[in-house]
Design a protein around this ligand. Structure first.
Ligand SMILES: Nc1ncnc2c1ncn2[C@@H]1O[C@H](COP(=O)(O)OP(=O)(O)OP(=O)(O)O)[C@@H](O)[C@H]1O
Length: 788
């Protein structure tokens, strides 16, 4: 509390300073105002700190916002921006104008010419914000860009173009584009393929979505397809024979499912294996776990769609299609098997990163959102970010009615529809929110039956999103949407709508608290009137997923009384309301636990990734690799020789033909078969083979190029295996808890050892690449290397 007070005091002190500058900025001509950018940049160059120039910079940008965008950031918005500059989270209610708030903090932090990035949860918002705000940044002499092609998001982009984006002073992008670019930048074969500069400052818009809700899905870059495993089919068949409870246990709250003793025995019989938990059955166990997850946690129309023979995953929090996200390697394939569609190639993970790891790479990170209340502790503990609440500019007058609860889905929908239609007849625009794509279509049909014209916004018609939102605030407009129309969507009210009571948000499903608040927040923005009303049934999927024995008992009792007829449709008992609250908080706790678990696992990967990328970067920038090559060869040879205590001539011959040269080599008869002599001989052999290769090359630059390609290829392929191993390891260590051991601990030990092994493997692979590769020059005298 005391800290909060100090914080508030500091924010107010800065705000006063900004306001003091305001009249001076107002008097300036446009040219004088624009020249502030150069003046402030010079002040920074002369040694002033960002905090010292904040008042003048904010005041200048604020005046620019007024002149160019015709909006003057309110005091509350300046306060929000001060918090953003401190590297904290500004908690600003929905509709308070976070988009405009960010302009101040981005401008200030871009002045040092190291780049300032604003991350939004989806491309629609990034593009909308960039287009709206580019005029003011450019007016002030800064460059701005989006971090993806605006014409066609799927267009392949060359490194030069990306470099231009990332060199802009200000960049608007999505967290997933940022993650992919980071991974690809670090997979580049040479400097020309890279485009990133060190990360400086980032504002994460809707920070709870990015750092909490999406914290557990890793972003994955895939490489060569793995051999398709028929284990998907076998395990799918097997899982269909299992009986819940007897053979396996499902714990929905943290999405865990495991075989019981009985289930393990059945598996061992079915697959004719001795020990399901043994190393040799690792893959069988993993595929059974995947099949169980596909069957018990992934629901068609909710978690994924099957469209034209393809399974497409849906984002749980915002109902959008997930691009490139794999929930867990292999789950996608397990779902495809369950749905009997063609199984896509399961690709090997070449690189992967989670958002928390990605953002830990920035010098300064800040965030904003309207729904961070209740998660302050997690932000402080995990990210060291304080949450600072910002007052609203005008009081919020939106009416949030308590949820109406029903027994069945159809009762709930009928009531929601009746109420919606009444409001529609009164001329208010309605946003009718469905819990899934499937339900949005059902609601749409019901509306059609009643002759109510409306728009539908779901993952199927994302292309029309901007147009649909534009109409959504007109008098009498009805928009049916999944929770895609949540975060960030700004519905502008049409003429006369305020007088009629503003936008009415009608939710038709029980939702996690933050998603619900975001949806309600589409109405009553900027002090406008508006309302929100949610309709819940005890059959909602949120409830089904989290239900307990006690809850189910209560449900059955209610069904009984309903049969007897004596019950009103709306359930008003405080006990039911209370049980639902309990259920909600249990789900939230489960999510916190699951994030903790993921973060714990991610730590090992994060440390290894940083270390690996550092090594890789060093190799890539080294222009004289002879010494490194010499060391790697020497270590690689040691590793080969260490694989057995004694060597016979025929074994040595085989080693040479497998890893050194395909040619017939005559090993001298007088060679002593001890380690020292063998190593000396093999090193000599390496030198000869390499010398032979050099003859093809024309200069030392080409030699270095060859070395680099050989070593990087070796490192990358071993790293790919390592990332896949770590991914699999998460599932594999789970049964250790049955043996009373902490799976997290087992994971860390195994992960650490495997990194050392990977480095050794890379040395050996490098020997192969250096010696067994074929090199030639093409017609333009460029080097062409082919590895096996
Ligand atoms: N200072 C201002 N003066 C006038 N209008 C403003 C001002 N600031 C914001 N607005 C308007 O308020 C509306 C809401 O702003 P915005 O969409 O940025 O809110 P938000 O805080 O991002 O909401 P959400 O939490 O839903 O993402 C927009 O229409 C914007 O143009």
């Amino acid at each position: 509390m005391i800290l909060d007070a100090i914080e508030r005091h500091e924010v107010k002190r800065q705000l006063r300073k900004v306001n003091k500058w305001a009249p001076k900025m107002r008097e300036m001509s446009d040219e004088e105002l624009k020249s502030q950018t150069k003046i402030l940049q010079k002040q920074l160059a002369d040694g002033k700190t960002v905090d010292q120039i904040l008042p003048r910079a904010f005041a200048a940008m604020r005046e620019a916002d007024l002149r160019v965008l015709k909006m003057f950031p309110y005091d509350t918005q300046v306060m929000g921006a001060i918090v953003l500059n401190q590297g904290y989270i500004a908690e600003m209610k929905t509709g308070e104008g976070k988009t405009l708030t960010a302009t101040l903090a981005l401008y200030l932090n871009a002045l040092s010419k190291q780049g300032a990035i604003l991350v939004t949860p989806n491309a629609y918002l990034a593009q909308r914000d960039e287009e709206q705000l580019a005029p003011v940044y450019e007016w002030m002499g800064l460059t701005v860009s989006t971090g993806f092609p605006k014409d066609d998001p799927d267009r392949k982009v060359r490194p030069e173009e990306k470099r231009k984006w990332y060199n802009s002073d200000i960049l608007y992008t999505t967290a997933s584009n940022l993650a992919f670019d980071y991974l690809f930048n670090n997979l580049a074969a040479n400097k020309d393929g890279q485009y990133l500069r060190p990360y400086h400052y980032v504002i994460i818009d809707e920070v709870d979505d990015v750092l909490l809700d999406q914290a557990t899905s890793p972003f994955v870059v895939a490489s060569a397809p793995m051999l398709q495993s028929n284990l998907y089919r076998l395990c799918d068949d097997f899982v269909r024979t299992l009986v819940p409870k007897r053979d396996f246990t499902v714990r929905r709250r943290d999405k865990a499912v495991w075989l019981t003793y009985n289930g393990v025995q059945r598996a061992e019989q079915y697959f004719r294996i001795r020990n399901l938990y043994g190393d040799e059955s690792r893959e069988v166990y993993r595929h059974i776990a995947l099949a169980l997850r596909a069957h018990y946690f992934m629901k068609n129309g909710h978690d994924y769609l099957v469209e034209r023979g393809k399974v497409i995953l849906l984002d749980e929090t915002d109902g959008r299609l997930k691009n490139g996200v794999k929930v867990n390697t292999g789950l996608h394939q397990a779902v495809e098997q369950k749905e009997h569609v063609e199984i896509t190639d399961n690709q090997k993970t070449a690189a992967s990163i989670t958002f928390p790891s990605l953002f830990s790479l920035f010098d300064k990170i800040s965030g904003m959102s309207g729904t961070v209340k209740g998660d302050e502790d997690e932000f402080i503990n995990v990210y060291n970010m304080k949450v600072v609440p910002i007052p609203t500019h005008k009081p919020v007058i939106r009416k949030d009615y308590p949820a109406k609860i029903y027994l069945t889905t159809s009762e709930k929908l009928m009531q929601a529809l009746n109420d919606a239609i009444a409001l529609h007849k009164a001329g208010r625009p309605i946003l009718l929110v469905a819990g899934s794509v499937e339900n949005s279509e059902i609601i749409s049909e019901l509306l059609l039956d009643r002759g109510i014209p409306h728009n539908v916004l779901n993952a199927f018609n994302i292309a029309r999103e901007a147009a649909i939102i534009k109409d959504a605030g007109q008098p009498g407009a009805v928009t049916v949407a999944t929770n895609m129309a949540g975060r960030g969507t700004d519905i502008k009210l049409g003429p006369g709508v305020k007088e009629k009571g503003g936008l009415a948000v009608i939710g038709t499903e029980m939702l996690p608290e933050r998603v619900k608040l975001q949806l309600a927040g589409r109405a009553g923005r900027q002090g406008d009137p508006g309302s929100s009303q949610f309709y819940i049934s005890l059959e909602d999927s949120y409830i089904a997923k989290a239900s307990t024995k006690r809850f189910k008992k209560m449900y059955r009792k209610l069904v009984d009384s309903r049969r007897k007829g004596a019950m009103p449709k709306e359930l008003k008992s405080p006990r039911i309301r209370f049980s639902l609250e309990m259920l909600k908080s249990r789900v939230a706790d489960g999510e916190v636990r699951s994030r903790k678990k993921t973060n714990k696992y991610e730590v090992a990967l994060r440390i290894q990734r940083t270390q690996f990328y550092k090594e890789r970067e060093k190799l890539m920038n080294n222009t004289r690799l002879e010494r490194t090559v010499g060391n790697w060869l020497s270590e690689g040879i040691d590793d080969f020789l260490n694989t057995q205590p004694e060597w016979t001539p025929s074994q040595l011959q085989r080693l040479i033909n497998e890893h050194f040269t395909y040619k017939e080599i005559k090993v001298p008869d007088n060679l002593m078969y001890n380690r020292k002599e063998l190593k000396k001989y093999l090193e000599g052999l390496c030198t000869d083979i390499l010398k032979e290769k050099y003859k093809t090359l024309i200069n030392t630059e080409q030699l270095n190029q060859f070395y680099r390609a050989a070593l990087l290829t070796a490192l990358d392929s071993c790293w790919t295996d390592q990332v896949n191993y770590l991914n699999d390891l998460r599932i594999i260590v789970e049964p250790w808890s049955l043996a009373g051991r902490d799976p997290g601990y087992v994971y860390q030990v195994k992960a650490f050892n495997s990194y050392q092994n990977m480095l050794r493997e890379a040395r050996k692979k490098a020997v192969d690449n250096l010696l067994l590769s074929r090199i030639k020059l093409n017609k333009k005298n460029q080097l062409v290397v082919s590895f096996n």
